[in-house]
Design a protein around this ligand. Structure first.
Ligand code: MG
Length: 174
């Protein structure tokens, strides 16, 4: 059993993960318009990953017999000027997510909710990877600068991103 306060915060994060998937879908649409199908594909894979994250939070709330509340999801943009802008927006968003996960951990600690703290551990390390992978793409796009050839090469590489799978460490235990 978890506290109502913590359950509400986890529920909010579940909705925020759905919002994250919506943001990435918007970025994918924007990159399609820029004729960068590989980068658009990378964002689509990120959409799927965020849906997996939302699902993990949903399962955890059910495991804890907590209330599920599906709140409103804000409208998102489907326009960017460049691939670099798209990935910079992604990094900015992931930093917000990292801050939110840290706040959830702090709340779990404050309430001595150690099962939830263990559950959140997956997301703590996941966020390090999320920020790193997006930063590496930005670094490459910066190296490419105004080279269309380099941009097309990076786009091809981004198109190879595999579909995400549900991580074993985050699967429901019940
Ligand atoms: Mg996420």
């Amino acid at each position: 059993m978890i506290s109502k306060e913590l359950a509400r915060a986890i529920n909010d994060q579940m909705v925020f993960e759905l919002y994250s998937s919506y943001i990435y879908l918007g970025l994918s649409a924007a990159l399609e318009k820029l004729k960068l199908p590989g980068a658009a594909h990378w964002m689509r894979m990120q959409v799927d990953e965020e849906l997996i994250h939302a699902n993990i939070f949903y399962n955890y709330l059910n495991d804890q017999d907590a209330e599920i509340e599906l709140g409103k999801i804000d409208k998102v943009s489907t326009k960017v000027k460049s691939a670099k802008e798209a990935f910079e927006l992604a990094l900015k968003h992931e930093r917000i997510v990292t801050g939110r996960i840290n706040q959830l951990c702090a709340l779990a600690m404050k309430n001595s909710q150690f099962a939830t703290l263990t559950f959140l551990n997956f997301f703590v390390t996941e966020q390090v990877q999320e920020e790193r992978s997006v930063q590496q793409i930005i670094d490459k796009l910066e190296l490419a600068e105004n080279s269309k050839e380099a941009l097309l090469f990076i786009d091809k590489e981004l198109g190879l991103r595999a579909a995400p799978t549900v991580p074993a460490a985050a699967q429901t235990t019940v």
